[in-house]
Write a protein that binds this ligand. Structure first.
Ligand SMILES: [Zn+2]
Length: 460
């Protein structure tokens, strides 16, 4: 089943676009060339469609529990949505509870992640190193886990990590070959602003953006760049929403600081004016949407290479889980989106003239694979790599509709927007796992992919 010949497509790699056939055997790519003849494989006729490397979504949250809220998506439904969007590999999170060993957190989370239909790995959310947990990094590295995540806010949800802990983690990470991801929002600024808004009765969704101001992100981005420079630890700043953050990342990289910046489709196709409309409940995520000018700078940042990666930050809560608690202090933030990354980036990036096709392969395939130790097995169409492909018909235009999404969230923030093109097939390790209509593999089909250590010189 994993022997396949994909013929007649236009192959998009991080360096160019070319007509090429791709022969896959035993789950790997064994030959790339023109006019390849079948030798016993199943033939897939791509017929002029675009062929991308499988999308890597290095930032999403399936089966997420935050206080009384649980996402509708578990690993089975979430990974089905991922495959339908051309995402062949994702990295979710193992949340270390206070007092827990890191490996304990990973092993618990793997029990849930086993349901995945797509290939996967986990980042370790580190919250407590008071019992010598940093000594576990080498053992986790040997098991193929080489990334941590910290939050600089969210005390109530048990995510918050103080500066000294982050510095120690980064120092240990630099030694162990780990990359540390950071959710950048200054806790005191966010909590202070929100407390004042509560006092003033300003808690409906129209206050969401103002309750988490841009300065909270920019301050923390600066601080984390300082920590990355100080420790030499590869540092990955997630979901950057402010144009100034992108400029800071670019300037730091120029000086050789090992930092990588990520943004998300929602910051690129919507802005804070949404919060004054009846679509506000669809965009309750943190950080919030920013100004149209921030959005313009973020696109520029992707095209100029100031930011390196686009990821979904998918959280599959239902719309009811927003509208039933129409209050920014009671709602669990997060929006679904892994299946929309490719169509949105193609439509509003490539088709709109903001990005070239190879840049899309850089942002959504090669660079996330490099940043997280998956490359060259994942993230590239190359001989020897896993045969993970997305076949994308760039022609059809359609309106995005809630009823068409595969996520158990049952809605998409982008309903009503137009997209160009659609995924006609997703290939995972040489097997067609989505045929443009149905996801063809059961829960548990995905494999846990061991990842390599990450060194500053190898960062994208
Ligand atoms: Zn996230």
């Amino acid at each position: 089943m994993s022997d396949l010949l994909v013929r007649g497509g236009r192959l998009v790699t991080s360096t160019g676009v070319q007509r090429a056939d791709i022969r896959c055997r035993d789950g790997r790519i064994v030959e790339i060339g023109s006019d390849l003849e079948p030798s016993g494989e199943r033939v897939f006729d791509a017929d002029g469609a675009l062929v991308f490397p499988g999308i890597i979504d290095p930032h999403l949250h399936f089966a997420l529990v935050a206080g009384p809220h649980r996402t509708a998506d578990d690993f089975a439904s979430g990974s089905a949505a991922a495959l339908a969007g051309g995402v062949t590999t994702f990295i979710d999170f193992a949340h270390q509870r206070a007092g827990q060993r890191l490996e304990q957190a990973v092993d618990q989370r793997l029990e849930e992640a086993r349901l995945s239909r797509a290939d996967y790995s986990l980042h370790v959310i580190v919250t407590d190193i008071s019992r010598g947990q940093l000594a576990e990094l080498p053992a986790l590295t040997r098991r193929g886990f080489t990334s941590a995540k910290v939050y600089t806010t969210y005390r109530d949800a048990g995510f918050y990590c103080d500066d000294y802990t982050i510095l120690q983690l980064m120092a240990a990470g630099a030694e162990a070959g780990w990359i540390v991801m950071v959710h950048c929002e200054n806790d005191a600024i966010v909590e202070g602003t929100r407390a004042r808004f509560v006092q003033e009765g300003k808690t409906d969704f129209s206050y969401h953006a103002r309750s988490r101001p841009a300065v909270a992100e920019v301050e923390t981005v600066q601080r984390m760049i300082l920590f990355a420079r100080e420790t030499g630890c590869p540092t990955y700043l997630v979901h950057l929403s402010v144009g100034e953050s992108a400029r800071l990342v670019a300037a730091a990289r120029e000086q050789g600081v090992p930092v990588v910046g990520e943004t998300c489709p929602h910051f690129l196709v919507a802005d804070e004016s949404v919060y004054a409309t009846d679509r506000a409940a669809r965009f309750i995520h943190t950080p919030p949407l920013r100004t149209a000018e921030d959005q313009r700078v973020l696109w520029e940042a992707l095209s100029r290479g100031w930011l390196q990666v686009v990821a979904s930050d998918h959280c599959g809560y239902t719309l009811r889980q927003r509208t039933d608690y129409a209050d920014i202090t009671r709602v669990a933030p997060g929006i679904p989106g892994t299946e929309m990354v490719l169509p949105l980036m193609f439509t509003y990036g490539v088709a709109a003239g903001r990005l070239e096709l190879p840049q899309l392969a850089q942002l959504c395939c090669e660079r996330p694979a490099r940043a997280f130790g998956l490359y060259p097995r994942k993230g590239a169409v190359a001989v020897g790599a896993d045969a993970d492909l997305v076949i994308y018909d760039p022609e059809p235009r359609r309106e995005i509709r809630d009823e068409d999404v595969r996520s158990a969230a049952g809605y998409t923030p982008y309903a009503g927007m137009d997209v160009q093109g659609r995924v006609v097939a997703t290939v995972l390790r040489g097997e067609v796992v989505y045929d443009g209509r149905d996801v063809l593999v059961p829960p548990g089909h995905g494999q846990l992919i061991p990842r390599s250590p990450v060194r500053p010189a190898e960062l994208p």
